[in-house]
Write a protein of this length. Structure first.
Length: 406
């Protein structure tokens, strides 16, 4: 895309406006999980659900989220970002209301599956919009600014979820999520222009779609950044899917106290996204994640060591998570921009493929947690330690070798 075209597109939003819209759209995913998390033990008890089905309300959402991206990415490349955003946000709000009215755990799993599928359209479009408007390095800086705003959602989500769950029950948490989707829909309809200039009418044809995915997957830079975001998100999803049971059932926190604990991790994440913007200018994207991985390594070692020593304290879980969240604030902005950076004409396909792989890993983690959680902290801590170690390995090898984008 030419510089002239980019310039003509920017005045509609600007850096700050684009970052705000991106934060709102990408915030849909943490809002869907974080506001819901304090309600998970309560709905498990109220609906008399086994642990496996309770975890399925998270893992099915994530699997549908990943599969949905494979559809919505090519559709967004063909028809544009704006129609996909409007349609999926409307469906998301309706699915959230359906979940709030569910009469059984099976019904709730179905509504959460639909929620994840349509949520995918908004999130994949938000990542592709970064490539529509910016070159990779500049896009990473805008993404870091957006993820600072996303941190606000991540901070307020668990606390809000804990408050409304304690006040009005688990169904109210899903009503709050529906309101978030409706607000996002109103802002997109009112303020967000179409950012894709050159639509691809063949993007949804099976042959070209498979060819696009293969070309993206064969790119070493894509593989490096995709593995980075997958591994760092693997640790975050382990925390999200397992922490409510660990904090509330094992360590005895209330829903409100758990929400505050989860929000405190987001504070460290948000602080790192602020620092990330200056580090990208100084060290580049690959250099930034290499430095951020030192925090991830410390988190890995401390989590595993405390679990091996059988230290049963909230601080033994929370402090390593603060450190992990800080490292995550460097990996995610660079990784999100890096996966789409080499593909100005295939940003939707690249975003969709990366999101699908991330979601597939998250689904596997959810299934594992449903079996592994045993009333102790150990399985939770070992899972987090594994993904932290893998993040460091990718940051210090593949990203360093293949992660420079031009």
């Amino acid at each position: 895309m030419t510089a002239a075209v980019r310039t003509s597109r920017r005045p509609a939003l600007g850096h700050g406006g684009a970052a705000l819209v991106l934060a709102l759209l990408m915030g849909l995913q943490p809002a869907t999980t974080d506001i819901y998390l304090p309600a998970l033990p309560l709905l498990t008890a109220e609906l008399a659900a086994p642990m496996g089905l309770a975890q399925m309300t998270m893992s099915a959402l994530i699997l549908a989220f990943g599969c949905g991206q494979l559809l919505w990415g090519p559709v967004a490349d063909r028809v544009g970002r704006r129609p996909v955003l409007v349609g999926t946000l409307l469906a998301y709000a309706l699915a959230s209301i359906g979940g709030a009215l569910a009469g059984s755990i099976e019904q709730l799993v179905l509504w959460r599956t639909l929620q994840g599928f349509v949520m995918a359209g908004s999130v994949v479009c938000s990542r592709a919009m970064v490539r529509d408007l910016y070159e990779p390095t500049e896009g990473a800086q805008v993404m870091a600014l957006a993820l600072t705003g996303l941190g606000v959602v991540a901070i307020s989500g668990p606390a809000l979820g804990g408050l409304v769950t304690g006040w009005a029950g688990w169904r109210m948490a899903l009503v709050v999520v529906a309101v978030y989707g409706a607000v996002a829909l109103a802002i997109v309809a009112w303020r967000v222009p179409e950012t894709l200039v050159h639509k691809n009418p063949r993007a949804t044809a099976l042959g070209p779609m498979l060819a696009n995915w293969w070309q993206v997957l064969c790119h070493p830079g894509f593989r490096a950044w995709m593995l980075l975001v997958t591994c760092t998100y693997g640790g975050i999803f382990t925390y999200l899917a397992g922490s409510s049971f660990v904090y509330m059932d094992v360590l005895g926190l209330s829903a409100g106290e758990y929400g505050l604990a989860l929000a405190s991790v987001s504070c460290f994440y948000m602080a790192a996204t602020v620092l990330c913007r200056s580090w990208i200018r100084r060290f580049g994207m690959a250099g930034t994640v290499a430095r951020g991985a030192f925090f991830t390594a410390v988190a890995c070692m401390s989590m595993v060591a405390l679990a091996l020593a059988d230290v049963r304290s909230i601080w033994a879980v929370l402090v390593p998570q603060w450190i992990y969240g800080f490292g995550h604030g460097f990996h995610m902005p660079c990784g999100q921009a890096g996966t789409v950076g080499p593909f100005p004409q295939k940003a939707g396909a690249a975003s969709a493929l990366a999101g699908f792989i991330m979601a597939g890993v998250a689904f596997g983690i959810g299934q594992w947690l449903g079996v592994a959680l045993d009333g102790t902290v150990q399985p939770f801590a070992y899972g987090l330690g594994f993904w932290a170690a893998m993040t460091c390995l990718v940051a210090w090898t593949l990203v360093r070798r293949h992660g420079t984008l031009r």
